[in-house]
Ligand binder design. Structure first.
Ligand code: NAD
Length: 304
C-alpha cells in the first residue's frame, strides 16, 4: 500500500504508516499538476488545510481509498467527489482542542493584564505603569459560548482559576457542565453577566455574526470578548465600534473575517485588542496528535 503525504505532518505519524508496512511518499504542498501525477498509484493521501483535493485529483487516483486531513476543517476536500467513489475521509477533530483552549486563556490573561500593550510601550521606551492597570480573573464570570471540545477545556481551566462559569449551547450536556462547575443559561443572560465572553462555536448559518451590535451592547463595559472560533462568528465592524466607543473593554482575537488580516485594518489601530494570526492549533502537541490520529485512522481503514 502506498500513502502520499502531501503536507508537513509530525514524524511520529510517518512512523505509524511505515510501521504498518506502507510505502510513504512525502512531498510538501505539490501544485495541482504535480498532485495529479503523484496520486496515480496511491491508496491514501494525507493533507492539512492544503493542498486542495479536487474532483480532478480524485479522478486521477483510481486506487485511492482514504483521504486523511491532519486537523479539523475539510473545506479543501471535494467531499461529494470522494463520496461518489466510496472514498473514506478521516480527520482529527479533537487533536487541537487543548491547544486552542490554552490560547484562548492566554488571550484572556493578555487582555486582562494588558501584556501586549505594555510590551509595545516598553519597546518604545515608555514605562506605561499607570496605563497598564489590569484586572484579576479570580472571582470573575466567564461565559463560554459553545460548550463542545474546546469550550469544555476552556471552562475547565477557568474553573481552576476560580472563575464562575456560565455556558451557552443549544445542546446542553449537564454532566459535563457539572465537571467544570458550569451553569447553562440563555445567551442574553450570559452576555449580560459575564466579565469574559469566549466563543467556541462552529461557523454555520446560525452562528454567522452571532455576536453583532445588539449583542455587543448587552455586554458589560468592563467585559472582554475572545474569539478563537471563526472570524465571521463576530460582526467585525460592530466589534471595532464597540472597542472604539467603550461598549466593552477589550478583545482577544485569533480569527478574522478576512485572513490574513489586512495590514491597515482598524483592529490593528486599537490598544485594547490583542491579535494573533490563527495560531490556536499551532502547537507541537496538537500537530503531533493530529498527524498520528489521522495516520492511525488510515491504517485502520486500509487494513480493516
Ligand atoms: P465542537 O463541535 O466540539 O463544539 C462546538 C459546540 O458549539 C457544540 O457543543 C455545539 O452544540 C455548539 N453550538 C453549535 N451551534 C451553536 C450556537 N448557535 N450557539 C452556541 N453553541 C453552538 O467544536 P470544537 O472542536 O470545540 O471547535 C469549536 C470552534 O473552534 C470551531 O469553530 C472551530 O472551527 C474552531 N477552531 C479554531 C481553531 C483555531 O486555530 N483558532 C482551531 C480548531 C478549531
Amino acid at each position: 500500500m502506498k500513502v502520499l503525504v502531501a503536507a508537513p505532518i509530525h514524524e511520529k505519524a510517518i512512523e505509524v504508516l511505515k510501521n504498518a508496512g506502507f510505502e510513504v511518499v512525502y512531498e510538501e504542498y505539490p501544485d495541482k499538476d504535480r498532485l495529479v501525477e503523484l496520486v496515480k498509484d496511491v491508496d491514501a493521501i494525507i493533507v492539512r488545510s492544503k493542498p486542495k483535493i479536487t474532483r480532478k485529483v480524485i479522478e486521477a487516483a483510481p486506487k485511492l481509498k482514504v483521504i486523511g486531513r491532519a486537523g479539523v476543517g475539510l473545506d479543501n476536500i471535494d467531499l461529494k467527489a470522494a463520496e461518489e467513489r466510496g472514498i473514506k475521509v478521516v480527520n482529527s477533530p479533537g487533536a487541537s482542542s487543548r491547544s486552542v483552549a490554552e490560547l484562548a486563556i492566554g488571550l484572556i490573561f493578555n487582555v486582562a493584564r494588558k501584556i501586549a500593550f505594555a510590551d509595545r510601550k516598553m519597546r518604545e521606551g515608555i514605562w506605561a505603569k499607570k496605563q497598564a492597570m489590569g484586572v484579576e480573573l479570580e472571582g470573575k464570570t466567564i461565559g463560554v459560548v459553545g460548550f463542545g471540545r474546546i469550550g469544555y477545556q476552556v471552562a475547565k481551566i477557568a474553573n481552576a482559576l476560580g472563575m464562575k462559569v456560565l455556558l451557552y449551547d443549544p445542546y446542553p450536556t449537564e454532566e459535563r457542565a457539572r465537571e467544570v462547575g458550569g451553569k447553562f443559561v440563555d445567551l442574553e443572560t450570559l452576555l449580560k453577566e459575564s466579565d469574559v465572553v469566549t466563543l467556541h462555536v462552529p461557523l454555520v448559518d446560525a452562528t454567522y455574526h452571532l455576536i453583532n451590535e445588539e449583542r455587543l451592547r448587552l455586554m458589560k463595559p468592563t467585559a472582554i470578548l475572545i474569539n478563537a472560533a471563526r472570524g465571521a462568528v463576530v460582526d467585525t465592524s460592530a466589534l471595532v465600534k464597540a472597542l472604539q466607543e467603550g461598549w466593552i473593554a477589550g478583545a482577544g482575537l485569533d480569527v478574522y473575517e478576512e485572513e490574513p488580516l489586512p495590514k491597515d485594518h482598524p483592529l490593528t489601530k486599537l490598544d485594547n485588542v490583542v491579535l494573533t494570526p490563527h495560531i490556536g492549533a499551532s502547537t507541537v502537541e496538537a500537530q503531533m496528535r493530529a498527524g498520528v490520529e489521522v495516520a492511525e485512522k488510515i491504517v485502520e481503514a486500509l487494513k480493516g
